[in-house]
Design a protein around this ligand. Sequence first.
Ligand code: ATP
Length: 354
Amino acid sequence: MAQIRIENLRKEFGSFTAVQSSTFTVEDGEFFMLLGPSGCGKTTTLRMMAGLELPTSGQIYLGGEEVSQRPASQRDIAFVFQMFALYPHMNVRKNIAYPLVSQGLPRDQVRRKVGEVAEILGITGLLDRPVGGLSGGDRQRVALGRAIVREPKAFFMDEPMGALDAEFREHMAGELRALHDRMGATTVYVTHDQLEAMQMGDKIVVMNHGVIEQFGVPQDIYNWPATRFVGSFIGSPPMNFLEFEGVAEKGAVEVTMAGLAMPVPRILEGAAGGLTLGVRPEHVSLDDAAALRGKVLAAEYLGTTQIVTFETAFGPVKARVSSAQHIPPGGFTGLRLDPRNITLFERANGRALL
Ligand code: ATP
């Protein structure tokens, strides 16, 4: 049982607050992502969860037990950092075996477990090689091997694939997820890469400036961003934002500026004044009958789809449409924003009217 519960966790470094007041729960067996831009406080959060940094205030519970002030060595966890130090004088096999040998496990069991882990990670052929001459990617795999061989209560990983090239990263992401599904160990993973977070995570916490912007499953975070920041940080290209003065009522919005009015089923709260309409490029379609006019500025070919940028009265708007659609530059068209997939934000605080 390795549920991890965080309550009002806060970290100050002198007068600077790196983590404001975080509360969330990582369920037993979950692959949990801490996502956000550089400096948002994700590493500090992870280090507090792992016991490498003590919180200024707040509590951490591991498997129901409070461990807030306990050092990492007393938490039965394993971590994998980007710059994981391997033992340079040992070969790959000995590096992976080290945690088991120091636990006093019998030799044949150590050999079997190391063999299993090496196979999972695709490094069986490297077992007798010294670690000194390995590539960054292989060193990372050895580091992972050493962390998983011990089968700890929980794994903490800080950008473990940061040093890998893109193709191998994607391969490792799939491997890591499959490995997790087989082992079922609670994993907390720090990344600034939203695609990696979406691909691997059961749940995601999105952080910005030491504050949790949203916490949920990847689909909800993508489809229903709770803040404008989340809409812009997640998605490639990011969500379109159209600023306007208008009135939002339950179920509908009236955009006074361009005489647009549309049903938006997801609005549950009313608001008036400065509003921001958020819509993802795949929910913008070309429709000559639509009131919102757009002039084609550029098209970016992506294989089966293309991203077309339009100039509108609200600024640039991007649409993801089929590459089969011929869109001449400079032409005008109507743009339809799918009302079922619109999020409205209050401009003043960036919060969604959900
Ligand atoms: P990155 O991906 O760049 O590591 P991050 O989201 O993981 O970013 P943190 O490493 O948690 O961010 O750092 C959050 C903020 O706290 C940063 O502004 C950082 O400079 C500051 N910080 C982190 N550790 C310390 C420390 N020991 N002393 C002072 N400030 C620190």
